[in-house]
Design a protein around this ligand. Structure first.
Ligand code: GLN
Length: 454
């Protein structure tokens, strides 16, 4: 009830939610009843959970921020949602996002932007700005997000929250409306590293419904966070800092907060090691070919027949109806990427664009392999700037894309990443995050290190 009251009080200004669950109190009451009857419930049972609208749910519409899916009701729950329900978490509502998770500011939502609770004139990050803003504004204690190129970590950075992109395959993508299937991962958005670990433990692990799901026995990430909080995990930890990451483009307060965090880690016994990752700077270029290519294919299913919107054209052919539906249902950014993607995949251009991008992807993976032979984790600022103003980059897609420079390499390589708050930038008083990256399957390391910094 407290969270519903908070939503009623502030969400008209923040617009973190696209839908609030009118069944939430009944679910919570049922958890109370079971607990009172002496049932042993999960630590998170009864805790409200905000769910990014990219994740399908049977009891609330799932739009992925698009008009083409307005009012769409899924016949099944995403695996992460089903697991959350089974643990007794209470779905609080669906959160706003850039349309089909394409964006870094949530301004590409077909339902209007979300505002950053720290400063309502600024963006909450994207694409998962709704989940991050809900958590930062205390509308929700926990949220789920998805991260294809940074959509969990960058919103965490600009809202002072914690966001984790798990190892690719660590959390099921079943029921996460696909953006780019080789990059998408679902993960937690929270106010503490321990909360993220608790939620990751609930949603993670093998799922037979996702063919890319790892058959792995994962350690408890909550336990890893508790271990980190007890201290001395930084002693002897080798932290890699990327030589080639250009200082230009990074806001002064972001760079200084990053350096201060490194100094604090050093003071606790960490060893800061300069590493080389010469191909990271090509990450954005490769990503913005691979992503549109996969997205254009994934979005072909919105064909006016199978899901959502249909614009009826009396006398029109099937193709006319399809074209009119996609024209009316998709926003500008989605159309831009579908056009880019189909172009990059077309005969004659496939090798030059998509093929080259895949080679760059391999080179970035090799950079990670070489780096992790020398260090335990890599540290970067989570994004180049603090929250920018609403409208500032909306007409300049290139500027919007460049915002993802530090987050994208992890998705291209499949490695896990976390963003934890590292303070406020001196010049604008806005939150800054530090990102840690670990080798594939070493998510627990990120929880230990992240919790040690809190
Ligand atoms: N900003 C990135 C993009 O626009 C992030 C997307 C994501 O992680 N869903 O593609």
């Amino acid at each position: 009830q407290a969270h519903l009251d908070r939503i009623a009080a502030v969400d008209a200004d923040i617009h973190a939610f696209l839908h609030v669950n009118d069944g939430a109190l009944a679910v919570a009451a049922e958890i109370d009843r079971r607990r009172a009857a002496g049932e042993q419930l999960h630590a998170l049972a009864g805790v409200p959970l905000a769910i990014k609208d990219v994740l399908v749910t049977t009891d609330m519409p799932s739009t992925s921020g698009s008009k083409i899916l307005e009012g769409y009701m899924s016949p099944y729950d995403a695996t992460v949602v089903a697991r959350s329900r089974a643990a007794g978490l209470v779905p609080l509502g669906k959160t706003n996002m850039d349309e089909f998770a394409m964006g870094s500011s949530t301004e590409h939502s077909a339902y209007g932007p979300t505002h950053n609770p720290w400063d309502l004139d600024r963006i909450p990050g994207g694409s998962g700005g709704g989940s991050a803003a809900a958590v930062a504004s205390f509308e929700a204690p926990l949220a789920l997000g998805s991260d294809t190129g940074g959509s969990i970590r960058q919103p965490a950075h600009v809202t002072g929250t914690v966001g984790v992109k798990p190892t690719y395959g660590g959390v099921s993508r079943y029921g996460a409306i696909a953006l780019a299937s080789s990059l998408d991962q679902v993960g937690p958005v929270t106010r503490s590293v321990l909360d993220a670990g608790l939620l990751h433990d609930v949603i993670g692990g093998h799922d037979e419904h996702d063919s890319t799901s790892l058959e792995e026995h994962w350690p408890s990430f909550a336990a890893a966070a508790r271990e980190g909080a007890r201290g001395d995990v930084l002693k002897g930890l080798r932290v890699g800092v990327i030589r080639e990451l250009p200082d230009a483009g990074f806001q002064a307060g972001v760079s200084s907060s990053f350096r201060e965090a490194l100094a604090a880690m050093e003071a606790q016994g960490a060893e800061i090691v300069e590493i080389s990752a010469p191909h990271f700077e090509y990450g954005v270029a490769a990503y913005y070919l691979i992503l549109p290519a996969e997205a254009s294919s994934n979005l072909a299913k919105f064909d006016s027949v199978r899901f959502g919107l249909r614009v009826d054209l009396p006398g029109g052919t099937v193709e006319d109806v399809m074209a009119a539906t996609r024209d009316a249902g998709f926003g500008d950014e989605v159309k831009r990427r579908v056009i880019l993607g189909t172009y990059a995949l077309s005969a004659g251009y496939y090798d030059a664009y998509y093929g080259s991008a895949q080679k760059v992807r391999t080179l970035i993976q090799r950079d990670f392999d070489a780096a992790f032979a020398q260090v335990d984790v890599i540290a970067t600022p989570s994004a180049p700037t603090t929250a920018f103003r609403l409208g500032e980059k909306i007409d300049d897609p290139m500027q919007m894309y460049l915002n993802d420079v530090t987050t994208i390499p992890a998705n291209l390589a499949g490695v896990p990443g976390i963003s934890v708050p590292s303070g406020l930038a001196a010049e604008d008083g806005l939150p800054v995050g530090i990102q840690f990256l670990a080798p594939v399957r070493e998510d627990a390391r990120l929880y230990r290190v992240g919790a040690a910094l809190e």
